[in-house]
Design a protein around this ligand. Sequence first.
Ligand SMILES: Cc1cc2nc3c(=O)[nH]c(=O)nc-3n(C[C@H](O)[C@H](O)[C@H](O)COP(=O)(O)O)c2cc1C
Length: 356
Amino acid sequence: MTLYSRVRPLAFKLPAETAHGIGKRTLRAAQSTWPTRAALSYAYRYEHPALEVDLFESTFPNPVGVAAGFDKNAEVTHALEALGFGFVEIGTVTPYPQAGNDRPRLFRLREDEGMVNRMGFNGQGMETVRSRLEADGTPGVPLGVNVGKMNSSTEREAIEDYRRVFDRLSPFADYVVVNVSCPNTPDEFDEASPDHLRSIFETLEAENDADVPILVKVGPDEPEESLFDLVDIVEEFGLDGIVATNTSTSREGLESPRRDEWGGLSGKPIENRSTAVIRTLAEYTDGDLPIIGVGGVDSAASAYEKIRAGASLLQLYTGFVYEGPSTARRINRGLVDLLERDGFSSVEEAVGADLE
Ligand SMILES: Cc1cc2nc3c(=O)[nH]c(=O)nc-3n(C[C@H](O)[C@H](O)[C@H](O)COP(=O)(O)O)c2cc1C
């Protein structure tokens, strides 16, 4: 029995956002001194040459990252590194601080091993995040920065929002993700429309003198045609990859009493849908476009399935909440076994192995 399996029933008695806050404060305290950080690293980091991924001109020590939303304000990037994650994506960061939606806005769907959230881009804003990155330094693993718009922005203002956050935070980033797929922010206009996407990417390209890799994050509910359209735009602008997927508005097959809360569904219930999107994207691009796979990853088997479907890197949020601090270590150890079992010498070799 792990320590987390004893702590979890207590944590799960608290409202989800309260438990998340306590978890984050604990991680922040743990990363603040060298001995506690080193102790975490010693207990949780797992290294193996087969896990290394070279992508976006960075070396990822392993393919298991923390998804956007967990550390919106870059408060615990060093602790997440110490817990054995191979990279951390902060954000979504908006230009100004934003309160998000009213609480409660985060719900566990225990029977379904999922969560529903309607946080609504709550965050401290780009200047606070920038100051924190300056003060704390970036972690020793690659850092992604997920950028978003203010909830009140019009279509035209939104483009300026992305530009400003990109301008302030891309110097700290190993890659930047444009998030146009959040299902719980106001939809005054179609954020994922081809015209809007073109305007965003045109603007960011003009700003990107340092050639920071730019990716776009897609939702799991998009029909195939929209995914193809998106890939065409990604290729038109020479973007570096796609993060697939964000949370879902579907509620199919759920059992939990909380299933009808509005917001974005994450975790086990979206696993297969997210993997299907990864496979569609990988097949359409002949495996040439890097994909970060996210949605329901909580074990080595679920991580491996996404790698074989075409994901070069993985991320998780909900699985981390359910499985606790040893999640990355457990997944990475298991991945090494699965790679060996199937005769692959590295994660990179297994990417897209299931594609026709
Ligand atoms: C509470 C919560 C907040 C999230 N906030 C963001 C966010 O700010 N930006 C974003 O791109 N994705 C956000 N996500 C989506 C995750 O990054 C991820 O795409 C999704 O949860 C699927 O992964 P999972 O099944 O491992 O949780 C959030 C997810 C959760 C559960």
